[in-house]
Ligand binder design. Sequence first.
Ligand SMILES: *Cc1c(COP(=O)(O)O)cnc(C)c1O
Length: 363
Amino acid sequence: MYCSELGDQWHAARVEPSLAHLDAASAGRSSRAVIATITRHLEREAERGSYVAAADEEDALVAGRRALASLIGHTPEELSFRDSARTSLRALLNSWALPMSPTVWVAKNEFGPNLAEFERRDFAVRVLPEADVYGHVDVDSLENMLQFEQPDFIHVCHIGSASGVVQPVAQIVEVAHSVGVPVVVDMAQSVGHVPTVTGADVVYGTSRKWLTGPRGVGFVAVRSDSLAKVEVESSDSFIAGQLGLGTAVTELLEIGQQKVFRELAAIGKATRERLRGVGSWEVVEANDEPSALVTLATPPGWGVADLEAARAKLLETGILVTAADSWRAPLAGDQPHLRVSPHLDVRSEQLDALATTIRTMGY
Ligand SMILES: *Cc1c(COP(=O)(O)O)cnc(C)c1O
């Protein structure tokens, strides 16, 4: 039985999976329409030449740009395409004329590779105060801190890679803007998953995760009235991928974005309820955290190798999840997690099978 009323529709739009795909946070399953868009364009490139084919598809490119821009609360002109979220962040940091050794404030769920980008450029990184044990940013404390000191910018992972916590980005933007501090948001795990109209100055993300667009496309958008004075150039090479992403976003908007977000939150809740108390695994998020990214802390005494082995064993039994090592969120500690990230086509039998398999692992 599908866990969501959208399950049947989402499933019917895709090729039959050969396993229980509970790994949208790594890469979602593209629809047949997305795959057809890409392959059709690749064929046209061979028939007519890549540049002629791209010019022929100008209307579709504009429509895809408009759809994605509306999802993230930007205008189509503000959007640039890169080939991943990581290269989007790099493009942003490389083009931004920041002072020497700038200061950036980040949340506890910051993505490890982003921290590496900051460290490489000699940024001073400070961690924002938390409101609770889950690591949500404490917006009131932030507002206080900002009265005394202002960083060059605040960088937030809307949702991190190793926890389903959804950061209160719109509130963070509000208090930061009241003192003139720009906010940059990593939307790699949030776009297509939770509401992403936040008012942030700069946002960036990736096509292949919750949007279920193709791998190899990322985007960055800078508001025209951004407090961050920076322009990012597009790297317009993978036109078929941009068209495929456009199809994916259009499909999402046709279902209704709010409906998708509501259903994904309900799926996250059902998943956490099903997995809580199974063996000596521990569900990290509160059940009603409004995301479908679910993490389980490993049984006591487990190292990364045990987790990798568990992930491999699950894959052998036909269940795809992530072994999330601590490099993904180094500020949150060194505990590795099993990451379970079902999309709309998850079935309750798949969650039962996952629970049954991990119950026998570790005591
Ligand atoms: C996956 C991920 C990224 C990187 O995305 P790529 O497109 O692989 O570069 C960045 N931030 C977070 C939080 C992620 O989960």
